[in-house]
Design a protein around this ligand. Structure first.
Ligand code: SF4
Length: 330
């Protein structure tokens, strides 16, 4: 029985057991915490059916006004470095910043974290402007079934995303995609995803589960079932033992974390970091990782690490503002 059939026939425990063995063998037992850093709140598409932006489109008129303060972005990078979080990618920004500005932000973050940065800035042909400050390019595929993709994300063509990733590969960058589960796909659609990973040579995938936003088509739809999510991740891990897998889960679904780790996740993302740091929710994430038998490569609770680090005079007010948002349990 192939993996898709196993998922369709609810043999999810079998998938998880196999995926867990592969993950431990190929990746060891460390789990990363990942933080996507947003550059701006602008989107020049604004019509993906699941997205908050699609319910806001009439209000978004001036991309330059949606830019974040760059010092605030860099402060987030410094805090992420202090507590051991990876910067999953820089997200958004296309249309709000020039490529030169995005490059400069990536260079500054590289200097702060000593790690090159992933980008997820939309479909762009200007990748040859980037250099060693960038490790990889992310294509926001969201859904791999081409017919569903055209309906759900009408303004970001799958072909354009694939072309961008091919170009990224030619330039020596790694390639990543994002996928959202719960958009109406079926287990059989995994064949499209697996073909894409194989054909394009994807190095990293981030899975998210649908977070239904009011006033969108998905506003009254449920998030995907935890075991379906785990089954998809397990089947992906078994099919691609070396792939880096990051799984997103929301603060109201923290119980997904343990099963997702056993299914093959290398990292966990999508948390409101400063809202959760030091709270019982942050501790719960660490507990989930512990009870999956893994070590967490970062902290969600250690205020000593959060408050001690490199001193950047111009960033200090922004760093303080973020720290003040955290709930200090000491
Ligand atoms: S998913 Fe991305 S491209 Fe689509 S509307 Fe939302 S922000 Fe824009």
């Amino acid at each position: 029985m192939n993996l898709i059939n196993k998922l369709e026939n609810f043999q999810i425990l079998d998938l998880i057991v196999k995926a867990n063995k592969i993950t431990l063998k190929e990746h060891g037992n460390h789990i990363s915490l990942e933080r996507a850093i947003f550059l701006s709140w602008w989107c020049d598409k604004g019509d993906c059916a699941f997205c908050y932006m699609s319910s806001q489109k009439p209000k978004i008129k001036q991309p330059e006004k949606a830019r974040r303060n760059i010092k605030s972005i860099l402060a987030e990078a410094e805090l992420s470095r202090r507590i051991g979080w990876n910067i999953e990618f820089l997200s958004g920004g296309y249309g709000s910043y020039s490529m030169a500005e995005i490059k400069k932000i990536a260079e500054d973050i590289h200097d702060i974290t000593n790690k090159p940065v992933w980008l997820n800035i939309g479909i762009t042909e200007d990748l040859n402007e980037f250099g060693d400050e960038i490790i990889g390019i992310t294509g926001a595929v969201e859904i791999a079934n081409p017919d569903l993709h055209d309906k759900i994300c009408p303004s970001k063509s799958l072909d354009d995303i694939i072309n961008m990733l091919d170009t990224a590969g030619d330039l020596g960058f790694q390639k990543a995609i994002t996928i959202i589960l719960g958009l109406g796909e079926t287990p059989d659609d995994l064949k499209y995803l697996f073909d894409l990973i194989r054909d394009v040579g994807i190095d990293r995938i981030t899975f998210y589960s649908l977070n239904p936003h009011k006033d969108t088509y998905y506003g009254d739809k449920p998030s995907p079932a935890s075991l379906y999510y785990a089954g998809v991740v397990s089947a992906t891990r078994i099919s691609f033992p070396n792939l880096k897998i990051i799984c997103g889960t929301w603060i109201d679904n923290l119980a997904n974390i343990g099963p997702l780790i056993l299914s093959g996740a290398n990292g966990i993302t999508k948390f409101p970091l400063f809202k959760m740091f030091g709270t019982r929710y942050g501790r719960r994430v660490e507990e989930e990782i512990h009870w999956a038998g893994r070590e967490c490569s970062a902290t969600f609770t250690d205020f000593d690490l959060l408050t001690t680090g490199n001193y950047y005079k111009e960033l200090e007010p922004f760093i303080k503002r973020y720290i003040d948002k955290c709930h200090n349990t000491k």
